[in-house]
Design a binder for this molecule. Sequence first.
Ligand code: MN
Length: 637
Amino acid sequence: MIRFDDILDKIASRFGDKDIAILQKAYVFSAKAHKGQVRRSGEPYLSHPLEVANQLADMKLDRTTLVAGLLHDVLEDTDVTAAEIKEAFGKDVAGLVEGVTKISRVQDVSPEARRAETVRKIILAMTDDLRVIFIKLADRLHNLQTLKFLPEDKQKQIAAETLEIYAPIANRLGMGRIKAELEDLAFRYQEPEEFFRIASLVEPRRKPAEADLKKFRRMLERLMKDNHIPVEVHFRIKRPYSIYRKMRSQRIDFHQVYDFLALRIITDTVKNCYAALGIIHQKWPPLLQRFRDFIAMPKPNLYRALHTTIITEEKRSFEIQIRTREMNELAENGIAAHWKYKDVDPQSLIREDKRLQWLREMVELFREQKNPKEFLKNLKINLIPEEVYVFTPKGRVVSLPNGASALDFAFRIHTEIGLHSAQAKINGKVSPLKTLLKTGDIVEILTSPDKTPSRGWLNFAFTSGARHQLKRWLKQQEKGRTAATGKKARAAGGGKLGLPAGTLVRPARCCAPIKGEPIIGYVTSGKGVTAHALRCSLIAREILVPERMVDISWDQVAREDFQADLLIRSADKPGLLAEVASAVSRLEGNITKAEVETFADKKAQTRLCLTIRDIKHLEAIIKDVSAIKDVLTVERI
Ligand code: MN
């Protein structure tokens, strides 16, 4: 049984005396509450919250999470109340413990319904405080480690729930280490025959494989030393569950699993990652189709590394992963790494972190999807690990579930692109929107402002994000109002004007349309006319009534220059703002205001207020600013 002192040793360098004192208090509180209780293993119950807190310490989480980890079962299993926890440890800890307790209190007749309800509760708890999921994952890990003490039907149920819910969530959050442990533990109980079959294939090879790996590691270390690249080299034999998954998904035999033996090189800088790669490729030929640059093009869960598979003189293949220490930390702990810094704003994290896009989609899904069958279907699509990786023409990786079409891709890029997509260009070839995508496809969506969705699109929209947006649009159209607006705006382009030419129109302040954007005129109560962008939220929210809409063209708008606000996300580098400013002025744009905000993770966010001529002018500026090194995203707000 792990001791509390072992945990304290682990965190001593990160935590101050006050933190330690509070953790000690939580430990005593938990020990008292669970006094006399035993686990099925025969161990004192306290061993469980201690293991959970230990796991949370390994994820380098903050004090609040560790305290909540120590207390996570007291509401469920003892007389302690939430009010008492709040009184003793504050509302954050109480909120986390309540969140964890609610998730475990799911009762339902069918296992399917039970799982759906569990996910729903997890998602809701995560939107309150993301840290709930870290405690749940740590809790699940220890329960799996002690699963042999439970009856068989319980074992199967917990294993299935782990593979269907917890491991995929850990994967989505980029938490590679705990995901791998959960999978391997659950796999043994879920598919015992497969597990032991694979184990029997791996076991006789383990000893010679380890000898090979050790020999190869020495060669690598020597090679790197000769080239003055500081490295740490680790090796591993592929895990049973990932062997199983690979054999099944690629329909291959055990001996065709190329990355059975893998080494990981950890070095100091990105530059040295590429240098190490170059040295390795000079010495051993790589299998070209197996080379992946996840540094230049990170996975959607932000995983970064270089992967290559090489063939040695003895015709043996090794996979080599090369990453910096920072990338390694991110690959192991994923989103949990945020809590190493004190200033996490959970709400902005949920809004902005790419790894939480699925969470945002799921929240939408709960709001709209009342039909339990449809809900379950969407749930599975949303949670199963992504299986198709495709690329935008600029090389950005987009992950979609297997079975996704070009239309799904369009909606994933942007709702407006989805709603106006006409055709797709896949690997340079014009293709219909219903085309299914394969890993490696380069996909471009051709849009047309006249194109709008039809009900038939639902037949090949597969992802819940696309289906949700499509249904929303179709529903609005049924109400007729949005459709009328769209038609009017298109007629405006064709010159069929509702107002006599010469009438002057002012741009609306709410949406600040920019010359060249699709607009609609709106007769105000003072009898003037304002121009609203079609994207104006007042139209979608039906605050503007169709009776007062008129067709207008940009010729009627009395305005020479326009305002636009940009949000630029970038690395926090000195001189970056100057570079942005010079890019803007080269294109004759004018900055009226700039605000820079920097964050602890060496990222910065710049808000620019610009004066520009028209939408083309703005697009050109966005394009040039995006091209600046260290700029990550540029978005109009
Ligand atoms: Mn527990």
